[in-house]
Write a protein that binds this ligand. Structure first.
Ligand code: BGC
Length: 252
């Protein structure tokens, strides 16, 4: 079944049609920058533009950059604080006329990797980390999603959350090279290792495209690999999880 997958990020909103049975992307990715206000209505308009671009009618799977519980936004992430409490499913349905299944963006990316990527068949605790405006994390135990892990929220030094110091946005803001930033990212992974003791860490998100530039700075004991679906994982995972939810009423 062909399903529209949308991946909402702090800097871009991206969509593509996906074969939700095979996890294959069927079209080019279409991207519109996230509106500067990062407010619900402005972002819902962009989501509607994406749906229109594909002339799409049907269920939509959507990764969203905050804690999402039963379709409701529970934390601001890097968006406008007015998102907290908004029923994202309902808002996007109102703007597009289509039915939405919304989940955390890193959970969606992890979902794709666990079903079609390097995480396939991997038991134990697998942690997906996405590097973008924030640091997203998705946790899977024996292949089953434990939703809304928020490892990027660990306080670090003077920062309220470590993602302010170690995400791609910090690299950009402070104009850091891959060496300096790579060491910060390694520090973050070290804390993740210390706190949750994973069996495998998969690194995805926009910056994972530059894997060769920073992977040699990763020096932790846990096996750390690149998500080979890279920044498409969020779109694919959103579409696939949407189909599963339609069939089972919950994610597996
Ligand atoms: C949010 C997470 C999200 C991550 C990546 C963080 O700021 O708290 O929920 O997954 O950014 O977008």
């Amino acid at each position: 079944m062909e399903i529209l997958g949308i991946d909402i990020g702090g800097s871009g909103i991206k969509g593509a049609l996906v074969n939700a049975e095979t996890g294959e992307m069927l079209t080019e990715r279409f991207r519109i920058p996230t509106p500067k206000s990062k407010k619900p209505k402005d972002m819902a308009k962009v989501v509607a533009e994406i749906v229109d671009h594909f002339n799409y009618k049907g269920p939509v799977g959507c990764g969203f950059p905050s804690i999402v519980k039963n379709g409701i936004c529970k934390s601001p992430g890097n968006l406008d604080p007015s998102w907290v409490g908004v029923n994202i499913d309902e808002l996007f349905t109102e703007y597009t006329g289509q039915e939405f299944t919304v989940l955390n963006d890193a959970d969606a990316a992890g979902y794709a990797s666990m079903n079609y990527g390097v995480g396939k068949g991997k038991d134990g605790l697998v942690i997906m980390i996405t590097i973008g405006t924030g640091l997203g994390s998705g946790a899977f135990y024996n292949g089953i999603l434990i939703p809304n892990f928020e490892l990027g929220q660990i306080p670090y030094k003077k920062h309220k959350k470590i993602e302010k110091w170690a995400a791609a946005s910090a690299k950009e803001k402070e104009d850091l090279g891959f060496k300096k930033w790579g060491k910060r990212f390694n520090k973050f992974l070290k804390l993740v290792e210390l706190i949750v003791c994973p069996d495998l860490i998969i690194v995805g998100g926009g910056t994972s495209k530059k894997w060769e530039e920073f992977s040699h700075h990763i020096k932790i004991e846990t096996n750390v690999v690149k998500a080979e679906l890279m920044n498409h994982a969020g779109i694919i995972g959103a579409a696939v999880s949407c189909l599963r939810e339609q069939h089972h009423g919950h994610l597996h």
